[in-house]
Ligand binder design. Structure first.
Ligand SMILES: [Zn+2]
Length: 487
């Protein structure tokens, strides 16, 4: 380790495929996984004379993203041609936005649960920061090349599909913050139905810029770019490796070369892809085929109507309205479909917090939060009400839950089938308590000598005799009364 502390300066560029019916500038379908080269036309193949028409849905969804991320929405913007040659770009230019992007500024608020699990107790996760955004612009994606043994193939289905580029300021300081940033961004994109943001499918692609400097310095070190990271955890690992590599070099008096690197996940290393010779000259110029866009032409209103209640607001509402703990509310609100499911289940429950408890503890212990819940929401309400009314106790409820997950059967039917109703017959409980006390004289002496825990011996005896059906509260009251009687 180096003698002086270093800090990392990290900025992220995230490309997000927008979920739209058709491509950015033509009517071809925008779908993942279609047969190669089936969704193509003269416009997206760049035939001479073919004219682009902007996709309203893509523009509206980009504005909606900007609204959700607290950006300033430009009143007007335009599309530019970014000229470069690339085998999977048929026109030899990409339509993008240069100096007039759709969204400016903005921020992403990090939150504790967005951090990797093993870092959630650290200061950076407990008091999470906001990361400022630089801009969001809209462009078209390029085609996709495939490399086979002796040849390469290109699938033009992806050429011309709408792509957002979300550029952060260099506000991120640790690999864990980068992880939280991407998790929080992904959550918002899914919440707003903007994109499925599945990194494995390439729907969200991330490049990172990273440099190091002595902690507290205000100037930037020389940065390296790591391209095309394909999972959020890969971003974390690649950054941890790269920061360490740069600190090693700098602390030994070396200098960092500005270069583009790739991440080898299997080896756990970054390696040089190319060194930066000069800045690219893309010869940007306004696309002569596309008119500037005025966002106040109804686009902004349309985008506003797409913005849902966001996770932070939902979390607050869940705490206030349903009396949930901060943790419960935060877990439930983290996934829009799961939050909707909870609200549906909570509708019929007298104590919604019980439903929240079953969902966040028992259900999530065995299921993934992103998968749709297969059990009808009303079953959770029914189970909570069975406990609430004292028909079954919480221990029995856990057993019903397990059966519910297994068979999908209604809780009431499970309770009936298992002959599970809670025993709250006072006379019978009185008799059992007497029996328990008579059978455990030593525990009686211990309890009377002040050992509170001795009462568990009687409870265990009664639970065993009733196969766990005794009403715990009633049992407790009767036992205490009998044990302290005549004292
Ligand atoms: Zn097309």
């Amino acid at each position: 380790m180096s003698a002086i502390p270093y800090e990392a300066v990290i900025g992220l560029e995230v490309h997000v495929q927008i979920k739209t019916a058709t491509k950015m500038f033509c009517g071809c379908r925008n779908e993942f996984g279609a047969e190669p080269n089936t969704n193509v036309c003269p416009v997206c193949l760049g035939y001479p004379g073919a004219l682009p028409t902007p996709n309203r849905e893509a523009i509206v969804k980009t504005i909606a993203t900007g609204l959700m991320l607290h950006c300033e929405i430009a009143k007007t913007c335009k599309f530019d041609r970014k000229n470069y040659f690339y085998p999977d770009m048929p026109k030899n230019y990409q339509i993008s936005q240069y100096d007039q992007p759709l969204c400016l500024g903005g921020r992403i608020d990090l939150y504790t649960l967005a951090f990797p699990k093993d870092a959630q107790k650290q200061e950076q996760a407990l008091n999470p920061r906001s990361v400022r955004l630089h801009r969001i612009h809209l462009e078209e994606d390029v085609a996709k090349s495939f490399h086979f043994e002796g040849y390469s193939g290109i699938d033009f289905n992806r050429a011309g599909t709408p792509l957002m580029e979300i550029v952060s300021e260099a506000d991120i300081r640790t690999p864990e913050e980068a992880f939280a940033y991407l998790t929080a961004l992904k959550q918002i994109l899914i919440y707003g139905n903007i994109s499925d943001a599945d990194m494995e499918k390439g729907q969200m692609r991330c490049d990172v810029n990273v440099s190091v400097r002595p902690a507290g310095a205000t100037t930037f070190g020389t940065k390296c770019e790591i391209k095309n990271l394909n999972s959020i955890s890969a971003v974390r690992r690649a950054l941890a490796y790269e920061i360490d590599r740069q600190i090693q070099i700098v602390s030994q008096g070396g200098t960092i070369r500005q270069e583009t690197r790739r991440w080898d996940d299997a080896r756990g290393q970054t390696y040089v892809m190319r060194t930066k010779e000069q800045a690219h000259d893309y010869r940007y110029f306004p696309d002569p085929d596309l008119m500037p866009i005025r966002t106040d032409d109804g686009l902004l209103k349309e985008a506003e109507s797409l913005v849902p209640e966001l996770p932070a607001a939902k979390k607050k509402r869940f705490q206030e309205r349903y009396g949930l703990s901060e943790y419960q509310a935060s877990v439930l609100a983290s996934e829009r479909s799961f939050a909707d499911y909870f609200e549906l289940a909570a509708q019929g429950a007298k104590q919604p917090s019980l439903v929240a408890n079953y969902l966040t503890n028992d259900y999530l212990a065995a299921h993934d939060i992103t998968e749709p819940v297969k059990i009808p929401a009303a079953h959770f309400a029914q189970l909570a009400n069975l406990v609430d009314s004292g028909k079954i106790n919480s221990k029995q409820a856990r057993e019903v839950l397990a059966a519910m997950f297994e068979s999908g059967e209604e809780p009431e039917k499970i309770v009936q089938a298992k002959g599970m109703t809670q025993m709250s017959d006072i006379a019978e409980l009185e008799r059992l308590c007497d029996e328990a006390i008579a059978a455990n004289p030593r525990s009686v002496a211990d309890f009377k000598a002040g050992k509170e825990a001795a009462i568990n011996a009687f409870k265990g005896y009664i639970m065993k005799a009733t196969k766990g059906k005794a009403h715990p509260q009633l049992m407790n009251e009767i036992l205490r009364r009998k044990l302290t009687e005549g004292k």
